[in-house]
Design a protein around this ligand. Sequence first.
Ligand code: RAM
Length: 332
Amino acid sequence: MLRRTLLAGVAFVAGLAALPQAFAQDAPLRMGLVAKSLGNGFFDAALKGAQEAAEELGDVEVIYTGPTTTTAEGQIEVLNALIAQRVDAIAVSANDPDALVPTLRRAMQRGIKVMSFDSAVAPEGRMVHLAPSSDELIGRTCLELAKAAMDGGSGQFAILSATPTSTNQNTWIEEMKTALPEFEGLELVTVAYGDDLADKSYRETVALLKQYPDLKAIVAPTTVGIAAGSKAIEDQGMKGKVYMTGLGLPSEMQGAVESGVVKSFAIWNPIDLGYATAQIAVRAARGEEVGPGVTVSTGRMGEVTFGEDGQGAMAEPFTYDKSNVAEFAQIF
Ligand code: RAM
């Protein structure tokens, strides 16, 4: 009898494993938070926010994952693992807008709620995308930073991006190119790709410095690129001649700002982005309507309204310099 009960228990547990966790009584709702790659401080900060939201919403487990390097193939592998675990929701920052679509469609067919945040997946592969800010504003902010970095407010600059397929950086670079004619005296010489890897970003910066001797600024719309590029400028003895700027984390940029390689840089709050992302993903998994044209509550961040394209945006980027970098370096 005891044996039969035990066996029945095993069968029961095995049966549950085949259901999304949300249907399993007392099991927490599980959300996969997928980074472009692990080891990037930006996504570690987003995780902090997601965990805060998970605690607030109650009974939510955040599974933080990502590939070791910034490729779509690596993300497909971790997404397949999350699908196999039958998580309830997935929020991903995409290394490629299209390559993840078939995998994410399969996830959605199995009842998993899928959204992208930070770097978008094409509309066919997700319910909604949460952008940190308006793309146009981010592009313009990068140009304003470049202008402010250049002695005399004009001259040549290069862009040091992440991977060539990264949705968010490509969008911001397009916005920079569109707004460029309004920035008199700014000349874009090239776009280089550091792939959001510190060593490649460093090497690409060294190459830019050699290839373009009249360069006055390098704009990296990536936290990995701006940090590695600053170090390269310093090591090459180019401080005071070429200035690094773009989007960075105060905690990673404090040294470069204090040493003078960076005059100023900008970013939004990645903790808030992760928090709002988890609010949306969990609410969707709990049955709230999330999709194009819908307004969703994002807890302490208020609410986000998704446009007809399924995109929603959060706050404006904030600029950091010597006056405030140390204070914010304590936070993210
Ligand atoms: C890097 C990543 C991320 C981007 C930030 C600004 O950490 O590329 O996607 O939003 O930079």
